[in-house]
Write a protein that binds this ligand. Structure first.
Ligand code: A2P
Length: 279
């Protein structure tokens, strides 16, 4: 049987990104190497890492061990605030590419805006230059609020391909999602099934829907992201759960069921505040 692969979405600057990928936080190098080769055999094509996760070397080794052709893969990484500058962003790229063992990166993100430092516009200019040079196929941000996005768009005229934000049924981020939609930015959900602790999966509405659809709670929640037009990077280190998380493209949720899940939202204040936190 050929493995399931996720459908892709075309990003504003033209790259095709799988709608579902594999998150790697908080796996270490050794775990990444093992799990990624497994995930790619299962059909995953997108792998999401970051300088800050400290596992890019293991990710690179896992990609290589998978035997998959480079052009089949979509690799995302992110850089820390010390690289917020035009030249600095280029150096961040070089270092990540070197650790990953890649000569280009599919999607490079500013990990957090760090508005206190006030250098994210320069970091964004650096990313725009890397895109022009073809060293990355797509550029984006992570944890940017609409106010941060407004500023980089106004000052550079370049729209991010992706903004990756904390998003799950407990924090549905309606405001950011509609801002992204207005500007054509693709929303990517981090901690899509609720992160460690995974309380969302124990919510009665999710458990009941899982039973009704004959799916697992995680599949119901990941399908909810797809129904909302989102993309997502769930993390699992377990082969069975990895397979389960990718196997969500053969059913759909009714709009009433999507709304029932969205009603779990605790509001914007439940999300990490990127004006106060970042690295
Ligand atoms: P594990 O790696 O042992 O599977 P998120 O991606 O939203 O941050 O969630 C990650 C957490 O959810 C991890 O603790 C992961 O544990 C767990 N997890 C991932 N997939 C599933 C699943 N299908 N069912 C239950 N828990 C899952």
């Amino acid at each position: 049987m050929s493995p399931t692969t996720a459908p892709t979405v075309t990003l504003p600057h033209g790259a095709a990104m799988p709608r579902l990928g594999m998150g790697t936080w908080p796996m270490d190098d050794a775990e990444c190497e093992r799990v990624i080769a497994d995930a790619i055999a299962l059909g995953y094509r997108l792998v999401d890492t970051a300088e800050n996760y400290g596992n890019e070397r293991g990710v690179g080794r896992g990609l290589k061990a998978s035997g998959a052709a480079r052009e089949e893969l979509f690799v995302t990484t992110k850089f820390n605030k010390k690289w917020h500058g035009v030249e600095l962003a280029a150096e961040a790229f070089e270092r990540s590419a070197d650790r990953l063992g890649l000569d280009y990166i599919d999607l490079l993100l500013i990990h957090w805006p760090n508005p206190d430092q006030d250098q994210y516009v320069e970091a964004w200019q650096g990313l725009a230059r890397l895109l022009e040079q073809g060293r990355v196929k797509a550029i984006g941000t992570s944890n940017f609020k609409p106010s941060h996005l407004e500023r980089i768009i106004a000052e550079t005229g370049v729209v991010p391909d992706v903004n990756q934000i904390q998003l799950n049924p407990g924090v549905t981020r309606e405001g950011p999602r509609s801002f992204h939609a207005e500007h054509g930015i693709v929303t990517q959900s981090w901690s899509p099934i609720g992160g460690e602790g995974v309380d969302v999966l124990q919510e009665q509405v999710v458990v009941d829907l899982a039973e009704r659809y004959g799916k697992t709670p995680a599949q119901i929640v990941l399908r909810w992201h797809m129904e909302l037009g989102l993309t997502a990077v769930p993390k699992s280190s377990n082969t069975e759960r990895l397979a389960q998380n990718l196997d969500i493209f053969d059913f759909s949720l009714s709009s009433e069921d999507v709304a029932a899940i969205s009603a779990l939202d605790k509001g914007e204040s439940a999300a990490a505040d990127s004006d106060a936190f970042g690295h």
